[in-house]
Design a protein around this ligand. Structure first.
Ligand SMILES: Cc1cc2nc3c(=O)[nH]c(=O)nc-3n(C[C@H](O)[C@H](O)[C@H](O)COP(=O)(O)OP(=O)(O)OC[C@H]3O[C@@H](n4cnc5c(N)ncnc54)[C@H](O)[C@@H]3O)c2cc1C
Length: 391
């Protein structure tokens, strides 16, 4: 077991850290609190700089224009990019597009890649992943899936309602999970262009944190025709493919969240080392030192779980249990760390003079999206009890 970061990854990590500090973090001041997102012109200018610096789509192979990192290298680099919540979109490695790229690379036909994957990698289009549905449809429990595609001749007729589809407003294509002919066992992924007749972006849902470009949307599909050649993978492969997508995508969330948690704690450290209270720096009080100890240890534990899951994936092994553990622990470490950092920074932490209050609101979704903590704990516990997995 070797914990040394390879020199090739370490040098990219240092360069990206410097780039994030110099070029990206200063842009956070342009964040539009009214709209809950960055102005798109600022995003686009930053994307040009990221491309020029050679950091674009870092998770892709070199031949596809990326940095050619393995899973462990991706863990290291994404955790640097995650230090700023506005950075992942600027590097074209944010959710859902990064997970969708992975899925399309895995399952799309050459024609589908030409149509969707390649322009997505170049940053010319955006996509969405539409799985979650309003009650009584799929959410924590995917077996409640309601959206259905009826096979008629050489096409499918799609009907259903989805919500929380990140990035859907302005996306060019959506990956939609639906049953086929009412059969849950035949659940399939469909590639739906947003200009398709019968598709409506009903609304961008108002929420607590940032929207990102394209928001988090409620969608309606009414008799949307999907040609056979827009099935992603094969019919009935929907859940297998969703595991292929969601596992690595949960891990890349963990990597970005690790970066955000580290940054929150470092902001608190800066404040605690400078501010004097009761004849000592805040950092000199033992109660505060313990707060730093708890957060730093939780962040490190979560990152080690993330690295382990990444290592398993890299070696073609089953990483589902470790991914659930990482997703649960990193999301909780993130929320607790930001909360603690706000506490340590006092009134300033609660203000917009620091980015912590924005981090706090954005981070809250981490314990819900891509499987709530309770569902991951259920999975971990069941796997342990059934001895499918052991310590
Ligand atoms: C910011 C954000 C972005 C998202 N982006 C997308 C996206 O791009 N595409 C997409 O398809 N979905 C997306 N989602 C949806 C997300 O994946 C779901 O919200 C999540 O899976 C939970 O489903 P639900 O909201 O229907 O909650 P419900 O299924 O209604 O569950 C509610 C709560 O019940 C509890 N619970 C559930 N099961 C159990 C259990 N077994 N034991 C104990 N407690 C339990 C949990 O506390 C859970 O939070 C996003 C959500 C958010 C907040």
């Amino acid at each position: 077991m070797d914990f040394e970061i390879p020199e090739s990854v370490e040098s990219i990590r240092k360069d990206i850290r410097e780039f994030i500090s110099k070029e990206i973090i200063p842009l956070e001041k342009f964040y539009n609190y009214e709209l809950g997102r960055m102005p798109e012109d600022v995003n686009q200018k930053a994307r040009v700089k990221v491309k020029a610096a050679g950091f674009w789509t870092p998770h892709l192979s070199k031949s596809e224009g990326g940095l050619g990192l393995d899973q462990l290298g991706t863990c290291i680099i994404f955790s640097e990019i995650g230090r700023s919540p506005i950075a992942p979109y600027m590097f074209n490695c944010d959710a859902p597009d990064e997970g969708n790229m992975h899925l399309l690379a895995l399952a799309a036909t050459e024609k589908q890649k030409e149509l969707i994957l390649h322009p997505l990698c170049r940053g010319e289009i955006r996509t969405g992943f539409a799985m979650t549905e309003p009650s009584p449809g799929a959410g924590s429990d995917p077996t409640s899936l309601q959206t259905n595609a009826e096979k008629v001749g050489d096409k499918y007729i799609l009907n259903g309602r989805k919500w929380y589809c990140t990035g859907a407003n302005g996306a060019k294509y959506l990956i939609v999970m639906a049953k086929v002919n009412g059969s849950f066992r035949k659940t399939t992924m469909f590639l739906v262009p947003t200009e398709a007749k019968g598709y409506t972006m009903v609304r961008e849902i108002e929420l607590m944190g940032s929207h990102g470009p394209g928001g988090h949307c409620e969608l309606n599909f009414e008799n949307v025709e999907v040609p056979e050649d827009m099935v992603l993978g094969r019919v009935a492969e929907g859940f297998r493919l969703s595991q292929e997508r969601l596992g690595p995508a949960r891990l890349t969330h963990c990597m970005r969240w690790t970066g955000m948690a580290r940054r929150a704690l470092s902001i608190a450290r800066e404040y605690a080392k400078e501010r004097q209270v009761f004849s000592a720096k805040i950092a000199e009080h033992q109660g505060i030192q313990w707060m730093f100890a708890e957060c730093a240890t939780a962040i490190e534990m979560g990152f080690l779980l993330t690295l382990k899951a990444g290592w398993l994936l890299q070696n073609g092994k089953d990483a589902r249990q470790e991914t659930s553990m990482a997703k649960w622990k990193v999301s909780e470490a993130l929320c607790n760390t930001i909360d603690t950092a706000i506490q340590i920074c006092g009134g300033k932490g609660y203000s917009r003079d620091l980015p912590l209050e924005l981090f706090y609101r954005d981070a809250r979704a981490a314990r819900i999206a891509d499987g709530p903590s309770e569902v991951h704990k259920m999975v971990i516990g069941r796997n342990y009890l059934s001895q499918k997995w052991d310590i």
